[in-house]
Design a protein around this ligand. Structure first.
Ligand code: 5RP
Length: 253
C-alpha cells in the first residue's frame, strides 16, 4: 500500500479513529516544536491555532520556553493568550516576526490558503505577512485540489458602507465561476451582519468552478474600493503540517 511522506509517527494505534479536533491538536503540537525561546510569534485564530497557543502557554509555564512575545491575530486570540500569561505586543512595536502558527480553511497543492472563516483574515494577513516563517496547521480535510473546491466560502472583508454594491461587484467579477456572494450574518440570526475586529463586514464567496489565476483574482478584488482584504493567502505559507489518520506530514517551501 502507498506510504505517506510521514516525518513523525503518531503514538496512537492505527486502528484508532481520531476526531477532527484531535487531528488539529496533533498538527498544532507538532508546529510548536518550531518555537524557540526569545521568538516573536504570530498567534493565529481558530480551533487549530487555539491548541498551539495552549501548548505555548503550557511550555512557558513549565519553563521550557522563555522570553516569548506573541502578536495575536484577533481579539479572541488576544484574550486566550492573556489568560495563559503569554506576553503580548503588536506590529507597531515588532514589525518583523520570527514565526507564525495558524490554521486554514483550505490548502491547495501549491500551499496557497483560504482563510477567514473565523473572520480574522485581515489581521492574520497583516501579521503572517511579516513573519520569517509561517507554519500552517491543518487536519487532512482542509486539503483541496483548487481554491473553492471544498464548497466552503472564500471570505472577503469589506467596508459596511454600501456592502450590497461591493457584494454585487464581487459576484459579477466571478460570474464565469458561478459565484454567489453572501453577507456573513451572526450565527443564529437571519440578517444581523457579522462584524470583524476591525468594524467591517465579511462577504462570503461561493464558487461552482475553479477561479483559475489566484493572483489575478485577488488583485481584481482589491481594485474595488469597498474591499478591504480577501482570504486567499497566496505564496505565504513556508511550512505545512497536515495531521491525518495515517500520521503527520510536514512540507516546506
Ligand atoms: C480564522 C481562520 C482560521 O485559521 C481558519 O478558519 C481555520 O479554522 P479552524 O482551525 O477552526 O478550522 O482563518 O480567520
Amino acid at each position: 500500500s502507498k506510504k505517506p511522506n510521514t516525518t513523525a509517527a503518531m503514538s496512537s494505534p492505527p486502528e484508532l479513529i481520531l476526531t477532527q479536533d484531535e487531528l488539529k491538536k496533533i498538527a498544532a503540537y507538532k508546529a510548536v516544536e518550531y518555537v524557540e525561546s526569545n521568538m516573536i510569534l504570530g498567534l493565529g485564530t481558530g480551533s487549530t491555532a487555539k491548541h498551539a497557543i495552549d501548548r505555548i502557554g503550557e511550555l512557558l509555564r513549565q519553563g521550557k520556553l522563555s522570553n516569548i512575545i506573541g502578536i495575536p491575530t484577533s481579539t479572541i486570540t488576544h484574550e486566550q493568550a492573556l489568560s495563559l500569561n503569554i506576553p503580548l505586543s503588536d506590529l507597531d512595536t515588532h514589525p518583523v516576526l520570527d514565526l507564525a502558527i495558524d490554521g486554514a480553511d483550505e490548502v491547495d497543492p501549491n500551499m496557497n490558503l483560504v482563510k477567514g472563516r473565523g473572520g480574522s483574515l485581515l489581521r492574520e494577513k497583516m501579521i503572517e505577512g511579516c513573519c520569517k516563517k509561517f507554519v500552517v496547521i491543518v487536519d487532512e480535510s482542509k486539503l483541496v485540489d483548487y481554491v473553492g473546491a471544498s464548497g466552503l466560502a472564500l471570505p472577503v472583508e469589506v467596508v459596511p458602507f454600501c456592502w450590497k454594491f461591493t457584494a454585487s461587484k464581487l459576484q459579477t467579477l466571478f460570474k464565469d465561476a458561478g459565484c454567489v456572494a453572501k453577507l456573513r450574518v451572526i450565527s443564529g440570526s437571519v440578517d444581523h451582519p457579522y462584524v470583524t475586529d476591525n468594524g467591517n463586514y465579511i462577504i462570503d464567496l461561493y464558487f461552482k468552478k475553479d477561479i483559475g489565476d489566484l493572483k489575478a483574482a485577488g488583485d481584481a478584488m482589491l481594485r474595488f474600493a469597498g474591499v478591504v482584504e480577501h482570504g486567499m493567502f497566496i505564496d505565504m505559507a513556508t511550512t505545512l503540517i497536515v495531521a491525518g489518520e495515517l500520521g503527520i506530514t510536514v512540507r516546506h517551501k
